[in-house]
Write a protein that binds this ligand. Structure first.
Ligand SMILES: [Ca+2]
Length: 268
């Protein structure tokens, strides 16, 4: 008799657990369905320009996915403010070899205001729509170094654009197979650092940085940094010399938004 009761109790218990399990899993499925129906939050990828200034309101074009119905911008720094100037519009891909998750298919205009006493090389932000807050993107913040704009044509050693130590050049690999070449005069026995900034700011450029001598021979190819894979070169010439630095895309792709910054500094 006792065994029968226990068996019945066990059956009852199992049935109860099965019912509860079914209830929970159908609940879970319901949630998945809701998520799909609701859509996804915006995903900003990178900004143009890549770097913004302290002590002012910076207008920035942000490129990414699902930027059409923006409701808010969230700046992840309590000293900075931002607003959405115009919600996103769909824009095409320059060619169908480009991956939409890398270059985005939508552009919006935002404003980010940094205080004069801002400290730090980057500011992160995210955007929200009716489906919530999306992933973060990063704007670089300009330091004191003078900025030079890239000037085309600069596709070869003969057309190289002259730069000086201490400057930062802001450029773009603006079309497929574009190469930007810079000429710099260096002093012997000093150590120089050539530091490219692209991937750290989400740029779709997959940069190759190469240092050449006056004969066009490769002295060194940029080492991808362990943090963000942006390439850098440290170089100490034996005597005063001219060198050439070239910037290219690893896949020979390019578009006006394949932006980079290249900083040339002397180490003490
Ligand atoms: Ca060029």
């Amino acid at each position: 008799m006792f065994h029968h009761v226990r068996a019945a109790l066990m059956i009852f218990l199992f049935a109860g657990m099965a019912w509860l399990g079914g209830f929970l899993s159908s609940e879970g499925m319901g949630q998945d369905k809701d998520k799909k129906a609701k859509g996804m939050p915006p995903q900003p990828l990178f900004c143009s320009p890549l770097a913004i200034e302290v002590g002012k309101a910076n207008k920035v074009i942000v490129r990414g996915l699902r930027l059409e119905k923006l409701t808010n911008i969230i700046i992840h720094d309590p000293k900075c403010t931002g607003r959405v100037l115009s919600t996103g519009k769909k824009v095409g891909l320059p060619n169908n070899q480009m991956k939409v998750e890398v270059v985005g298919d939508c552009e919006a205009e935002i404003e980010i205001t940094l205080p004069k006493d801002f400290v730090g090389g980057t500011v992160a932000f995210s955007l929200s729509n009716a489906d919530g807050e999306g992933t973060r993107a990063v704007c670089l913040v300009k330091d004191e170094a003078p900025i030079v704009a890239e000037k085309e044509p600069n596709d070869g050693f003969k057309q190289a654009q002259k730069l000086e130590v201490g400057q930062v050049v802001e450029g773009a690999i603006s079309r497929g197979q574009d190469v930007d070449v810079y000429q710099i005069s260096l002093s012997g026995k000093k150590t120089y650092l050539f530091n490219l900034q692209a991937l750290r700011a989400g740029s779709p450029l997959d940069p190759i940085l190469t240092l050449h001598d006056t004969q066009g021979r490769t002295i060194e190819t940029g080492e991808p940094s362990s943090l963000d894979r942006d390439p850098w070169i440290r170089f100490t010439p034996k005597q005063d010399t001219l060198v050439y630095l070239s910037v290219q895309d690893a896949h020979d792709q390019g578009a006006p938004f394949f932006l980079y910054r290249l900083a040339i500094t002397a180490e003490r």
